[in-house]
Design a binder for this molecule. Structure first.
Ligand code: TXE
Length: 503
């Protein structure tokens, strides 16, 4: 094992006192908040189980300060910033993400267990790309001119047009799996639309976005436009959602929390909501695929970043003629996978991101055993410190097994064979969720006929888990409300105002 050397800036950043980022400055919680709640968030390196930094939890004072700062900036400096300059701000932040990319990638790998190559590629590289995409939109958001059909009784004329107006202060609630990239998705969409934002990172990964906020200041993004408040979901997350100055909530996380957040936002003033929740995504391989290609596809769809990607596949449908050969080859490929330190550039799989998640995965292994599923490969912890488990293959007995229905969010593929393509579509759709799915076949004509029948917000053919800033992303059914990216985001971050005139 050979780990990369940590940059001095990374070690120095971990040792600092951390709290929040409000109105252009790093702030710690007020004394009273800390004493009252006596809580600090511990940032644990999941590869070692050790605490590597601590972060203050916010109290009411910090929530109010952040919301006030975002509101003042929304009505003041950001409203006076031209659309082109808003885009320039996002582009300069993208430049700084890339310039400081290695520092951010190392911090992210230390805090989340993401293999360093993945942190560099997604948390830094893709985040910069998303910012540049949103930067382009900032000067292209517009309404339309409409024909009016009112009768002209006394020779008067009418005209009408629509305006897209920024919605206000956005509260962004962020999960632990991509603590920079998902925050950038929310931040980029909000700022391009003319909104300001208060972000609440996950309790497990509160650190990296604080560094991004400092870079945002260096990029010339005015104070108050981006604010970060750290704390628990139950206290601080819900206080932000119910705050009177919050106009919209954008949330990525679990289905149950997302439903509560959505309900609370609607109950407290019909606040606008975008929810990107998880699911139980299916990948279906048609009989024309070779065993090699099927296994390549499964690895891409289900095992990247320990399966901790909301769009990753967890249910795999394999033609019964190929099932045994696929599971055999997949077992061989998983056993050759390099599992280890996220700071080793050759690592393909790191630890699970936190202890609670690790325990959840262990309980799901147990559940599979209790229900009589065959654990074809893995299904156990790996020796040593940290939250490592073996990548796992489970052969289900039926579509009703827990592992075919419940999101694991881990490196677990659950497999079911099929013979009939009608039955396949029924099984793929037999879920309350609908975030993503993939079909794998060389028969594109057949794929085109099947696509409209599969219930998922994003469908891939011969690929899985790839997101792109130009392509709308979001869930059907219990997997969410609204779409991120493409031009679809505009609808969710602006209000549509109609103006009619008589002349
Ligand atoms: O998620 P939560 P957790 C899934 C995955 C994982 C499970 C639990 O299966 O095992 O969710 O993870 C904030 N008001 N996903 O507990 O609870 C919370 O502080 C406002 C899928 O981390 O959904 C955090 O910032 N906010 C997912 C964020 O919500 C609240 C990615 C997500 O936390 C809140 C991560 C409240 N009442 C986990 N309660 C995906 N779709 O990508 C919590 N939060």
């Amino acid at each position: 094992m050979s780990e990369i050397n940590l940059l001095e800036s990374v070690t120095a950043f971990l040792q600092r006192s951390h709290g929040h980022y409000i109105n252009g400055a790093s702030v710690l919680s007020q004394e009273s908040t800390i004493n009252q709640k006596n809580t600090m968030l511990s940032v644990v390196n999941p590869a070692s189980g050790e605490i590597i930094a601590t972060v203050n939890q916010a109290g009411e004072a910090e929530v109010n300060q952040a919301m006030q700062a975002a509101s003042s900036a929304f009505h003041g400096v950001w409203a006076q910033t031209s659309p082109i300059e808003r885009g320039n701000c996002l582009n300069r932040l993208a430049d700084l993400l890339q310039k400081n990319g290695e520092e951010l990638a190392q911090l992210e790998s230390l805090c989340s267990g993401k293999p360093i190559q993945l942190s560099r590629m997604l948390e830094v590289g893709a985040s910069a790309d998303y910012l540049r995409y949103f930067a382009g939109w900032s000067s292209k958001i517009s309404g339309e001119t409409l024909n009016v059909s009112l009768p002209s009784l006394k020779g008067e004329h009418y005209t009408a047009f629509t305006r897209r107006e920024p919605i206000g202060v956005v509260v962004g609630i962020i999960p632990w799996n991509f603590s920079i990239m998902i925050a950038i998705w929310k931040l980029g969409a909000a700022l391009a639309s003319g909104c300001t934002i208060v972000l609440k990172p996950s309790e497990y990964t509160p650190l990296t976005i604080l560094r991004v906020a400092e870079l945002a200041k260096e990029a010339g993004i005015p104070d108050g436009v981006i604010n970060i408040v750290n704390g628990s979901g139950a206290h601080i997350g819900s206080a932000l959602v119910s705050h009177p100055q919050c106009a919209k909530v954008t949330f990525t996380g679990s289905v149950s929390t997302g439903m509560n957040v959505g309900k609370s936002a609607l109950e407290q003033g019909l606040k606008r909501v975008t929810l990107e929740l998880g699911g139980k995504n299916a990948a279906a391989f048609l009989p024309d695929m070779t065993v090699d290609k099927i296994v390549d596809g499964i690895l891409e769809a289900g095992y990247v970043y320990q399966g901790q990607i909301c769009a990753a596949a967890e249910r795999f449908y394999i033609p019964s003629i190929h099932m045994d050969a696929v599971l055999k080859l997949l077992s061989e490929r998983l056993s050759a996978m390099k599992i280890g330190s996220p700071l080793d550039e050759s690592t393909e799989m790191g630890p699970l991101a936190n202890k609670e998640h690790y325990e959840k995965i262990l309980s799901l292994f147990e559940k599979a055993r209790q229900e009589g599923n065959e654990i074809v490969y893995g299904g156990h912890v790996l020796e040593g410190a940290g939250f490592f488990v073996a990548p796992t293959i489970i052969k289900a007995n039926s579509a009703d097994d827990t592992l075919m229905k419940e999101e694991t969010f881990g490196p677990i593929g659950t497999f079911l064979s099929y013979d009939d393509e009608e039955e396949l579509i029924t099984m793929m759709n037999a879920t309350p969720f609908g975030l993503s799915a993939s079909l794998w076949t060389n028969d594109l004509s057949k794929a085109m006929r099947m696509l409209p029948r599969i219930k998922a917000g994003t469908l891939w053919v011969n690929m899985h888990t790839f997101l792109d800033p130009a392509v709308p992303f979001g869930g059907m059914n219990s997997s969410g409300i609204g779409r991120e990216f493409g031009s679809a985001f505009i609808e969710h971050y602006t209000e549509l105002k109609s103006v009619m005139m008589r002349y």
